[in-house]
Design a protein around this ligand. Sequence first.
Ligand code: ADP
Length: 676
Amino acid sequence: MNAPDPPSPPARRGLRRPALWALLVGLLVVAQSLLVALTVNYEASRSQDEIETVGAEAAVQMRRELLQVMQQLQLLAWSGAEDAAWSAAAVELMRRRPELLRVERRDAALQVAAFADTPTGPPLFARMARGDLSVDTEVACAAARRQSAPLFSRSFFVPMADGRGAEVVDLCIPVLRAGRDDGFVVGSFGLAPLLDEVMTPQQMRRTEISVVEGDGARLARAGGPRGAGVFVAERLVDLPGTSLRLRVDSAAGRPSLIPNLTLALVLGLSIALFAVVLLLARDVRRRAEAERALAEALSLRQAMENSLITGLRARNLDGEVTYANPAFCAMVGFSPEELHTPVPPYWPPEFVEQYRQRQESRRESVLTEQQRQGFETVFMRRNGERFPVMIYEAPLRDPQGRHTGWMSTVLDVSAQRSMEELSRQQQERLQASARLATVGEMASLMSHELNQPLAAIASYATGSLNLLDEPDPQGAVPMLRQALERIAEQAERAGRIIKSVHSFVRRREQQREVIGTDLLIEGVLPLVRLQARKSGTRIEVDLPPKPPRVLCDRTLLEQVLLNLSRNGIQAMEADTPLDERVLTLRVRQTHPQWVTFGVIDRGPGIAPEVAARLFTPFFTTRAEGMGLGLSLCRTVIEQHGGALDFGTAPPHGTEFRFTLPAPRQAESRQTAPPAA
Ligand code: ADP
């Protein structure tokens, strides 16, 4: 049987919390209940102790009272007073001791010789004759005689006139006169008045006191309230001849909760404790809710970060990476932990110094607009591969607004760059083919051009040979020298023609340089002239007195000028009269940063339907044309940051204009650096 899967940690935590709370509340309930129970118990035992003390004191007091009265009765017995004096003494004694209800003098045969009733109440034997209630007394007297000591009888009930009755105990004191038995003195004690004597009025108010029999039957009682039967104490009062069971019963019931101060305090504390626990619970619940909301927000942020394909990176002011998202780690190939180094591992070693300086300057300065717009730099992957990245940075601020570092978005632009490189190469190849096409066209022109110097060379050579056959070769030497000089000149001319084409065709690395416009025009002029000669076109160059300089790729610009010139020359070939065939190359500095070139012909102009498609590749109106010239020209000019357009040149003809950037001050003094 498979064991059930353990709950996942968050679920277990979710279960554990209520369980812990239940446990806490349970413990509190138990602790508080115990405390209350203990307090109640303590109160109960205190009340019990109190009643025990009252009981003990009452027993002692009762015994003392009875024994004192016994002594006084003994004195009365031994006083020897007769009749009237005896009665007076007895009445006096009963007045002082209300519990003593009757005093009798009996003879040796136990017959009542004289008696006195208490002056404080009705006579004891008014309803029933004394003789009918003497059994216990006689038993006690018989025993007292035997022991020659006063003895108490068992208690007995005497019905009274008012329908009630009194529980009475008799004390029998044997009287010996001159060693002879001389009767008895018997005192009858009412138990109820006796009880009144043994308790203080204060005790009486709170306690019921009674004399009970062994089975609990009450014989006599005293005290204000009825006992509640909860806190009870019983004491035996040992008397000579008998014993009385004394019972004290507190009027107070079980301690009730509220009136008791200690209890109230405990309860108040308990309630306060519960209130605190409730408040705590509410606080914990709110905290848990806040935690949950925070966790949700965090997981959302995490999910967002993980799904981002843009690299994110945070750095402190020392440049150490403090955070990198998964996309950034994947881009550079390092784990987040590996990035926490003083020198980031993705800095190519050869650039470390440069990057550090850049970082230093960044720390000191406020973010420049360019940095905000992003800048390009080179990073290194784990495998050592360098790749270009675009970085956009923003300052990181803490809640107090202090600047603590930088947050950067990093884009891998290597794919973009390789696409650009590919298209650049294609452009270059296209340009090369266009150049070759131009060269092809020129080849025929060249053969025509080369014919002249070659024919001249041939004729000078023939002339020279003829001179050598002269009878006086010495005289022919000056002419020979002249002919050879001409040959050399013509050969040089032919060489120049070939060279101009060669240097044009030769494919060079693209590079920009600062060059004077006069030099640029001069460089292309021989080729333009070569094209122009066939149709008899004149070439005019219109340069300002101080020709401006431009920043450009010389080879490409020569080709642009050559293309535009060729187009102009060709446009004039058909209908333009020979004396009007003039092509003007014009240069003007139209703006401090821009130089404008113009190629102006006197041809028929450009028809609107042709104008609409002029720069479309492969659009041509010429049978032998390729239709690439103008589109390539525009690409080249735009690559330089300039623009190419055209317009009519009055009175008739077309002007093609393009702009090139003028070098900035620093660059104009030296050759421009390689492209950024
Ligand atoms: P191609 O010279 O091979 O035809 P281009 O792109 O250089 O290709 O020129 C395209 C067309 O533009 C030409 O065929 C021609 O009709 C027209 N064109 C170019 N320059 C001029 C000009 N200066 N005057 C009149 N038409 C021109």
